[in-house]
Write a new protein. Structure first.
Length: 196
């Protein structure tokens, strides 16, 4: 399975890739990860690639991803070309204003971006920031989105493997919070699916 995770520096994209990759390793599969990081650690574009199975390269080719997890609408729209035809996406609707927009040099139309994503993928849109805050911390957006992917039924990982991976990769004092965030993402998507 090939998963592309897109966001902005400081949102937890790299931790999300570690959790997904290690869960695959727990299940006895090979996993590779790779990142491309923007101009700054905080605020720059960050894209993480997670590939499980027999891939030789850690980087997913354009049109090769089974799943896109986007921490922000603009980054989702920017990376939608990586999804294969019929690929699924879990998109956080909370936006982060780019510096160029804050300076008045460009426009940011989140609704237009989400429409573009919806037209080019099988996407679910959730306010992962809100769910993370309700779970105890905005920093748990990554766990919400992993939960959303699990709720979509697209992850080929068990909940137990994901829990063990979180236990390995998250400080013990934040584990319960992140598990709450994970389950809130699962619940949100499952409720969306029952309404359709």
């Amino acid at each position: 399975m090939d998963i592309l995770i897109a966001g902005v520096g400081g949102q937890g994209t790299i931790l999300a890739s570690k959790i997904l990759a290690y869960a695959a390793v727990i299940e006895g599969r090979k996993a590779r990860t790779g990142e491309t990081i923007g101009m700054s650690q905080r605020g720059g574009c960050v894209v993480s690639h997670v590939r499980t199975g027999g891939s030789h390269s850690p980087y997913i080719p354009v049109g090769g991803a089974d799943l896109l997890l986007s921490f922000e609408p603009c980054e989702g729209a920017r990376n939608i070309a990586y999804l294969k035809k019929g690929g699924k996406a879990a998109i956080n609707t909370a936006s982060i204003t780019p510096v160029s927009t804050a300076l008045g040099l460009s426009a940011y139309d989140g609704d237009k971006m989400m429409k573009y994503i919806a037209e080019n993928s099988k996407a679910v849109f959730i306010d992962a920031n809100k769910l993370a805050k309700e779970s105890g911390s905005i920093k748990a957006v990554n766990s919400v989105l992993i939960g959303a992917a699990f709720g979509l039924g697209v992850l080929d990982l068990s909940e137990e493997s994901l829990r063990q991976s979180m236990k390995k990769n998250i400080k013990p004092s934040f584990l319960d919070l992140n598990m709450r965030a994970f389950h809130s993402g699962v619940k949100e998507v499952e409720e969306m699916r029952t309404k359709c």
